[in-house]
Write a protein that binds this ligand. Sequence first.
Ligand code: SF4
Length: 360
Amino acid sequence: MTNIMQNGASAKNSAMGANTSPILEARNLRKLFPVSGGSFFGKPNTVKALEDFSVSLKPGYTTALVGESGSGKTTAARILAGMYQATSGEILFNGVSSKNISGGLQSRNYHQHVQLIFQDPFASLNVAHSIRYHLARPLQIYHKARNKTELEQEILALLQRVSLTPAEQFIQKLPHELSGGQRQRVAIARALAPKPSVLLADEPVSMLDVSIRLDILNLLTRLKDEENLALLYITHDIASARYFADTILVMYAGQSIESGPSETLIKDPKHPYTQLLLSAAPDPARNSAAPISGKGEAPSLINPPTGCRFHPRCPFAKDICRTGFPKRTEIQKDHWVNCFLYTDELETVSSNIPAHAPSK
Ligand code: SF4
């Protein structure tokens, strides 16, 4: 796995961003979900699922959105897919604000170009319908076949593109006749049917056997390269993100906290939470980072910690971390972090940073 994927991602990393405009951008997204029946000091409860989230997806590149459960990854993907409406912020497709897209993010035109692959291949297919039906529907909805013969040819071609061969044998099958990996290939084929520009893959392998995860991730990478797709790979597994993504964006409790080219971020993580994730995911190919302990669990998003939401778990937390969220600090080109350890503000509070704190 290391050799196959590391080479592809590294080659892209070296030229990251050069002459490539984003096809899909999110700027400063915020998402609050109302909670029925609850209140906090008289104010209705809300789940603060996403705060100031920005991401930029480019054709031919993979961006990994990494974080533990409840970090806001799926909420971000669903907003990008047009399934949720952001409370505030902006989304641009091909440089055009969603406010100016005819019909907005709920329009058929937008859905044609931005497709979401769900985590659970068992729930995402209707058990009552054949594979032919699942693939024919998007082809018909998006007018990708002019007649029955073309429809059949397109379905067979989709099955071949996701390596379900001989395609003629799979077309008649029902979902329960397929393995988990085969079902996820059908879900990927269905997402490809409208000829999208962007694939949002929400934990696409987490419900599959370990033995077939690599095959599915390699398939997504091949399709991304062959069809110049912008791929968002959502995962809690930072080790796999290193091999399959050009860029990694780390999230914690609804806040984006660090991003950079995959190799750079893995070898030189700056944010204490990124270091915690890496220390929990041993990787023999990585230079050993200083181990870090982060006691506790991810916080409730109904009443999250003030300031930096990681402060109750952070061994380096200072008073300022409890009151304000740190501004973004550029460590080097394309590598940034939100942490007071890398801003001037900390120096006004204390210079007593522990000896094992990450180096600036
Ligand atoms: Fe820790 Fe403060 Fe940095 Fe948050 S801002 S990660 S609490 S040092």
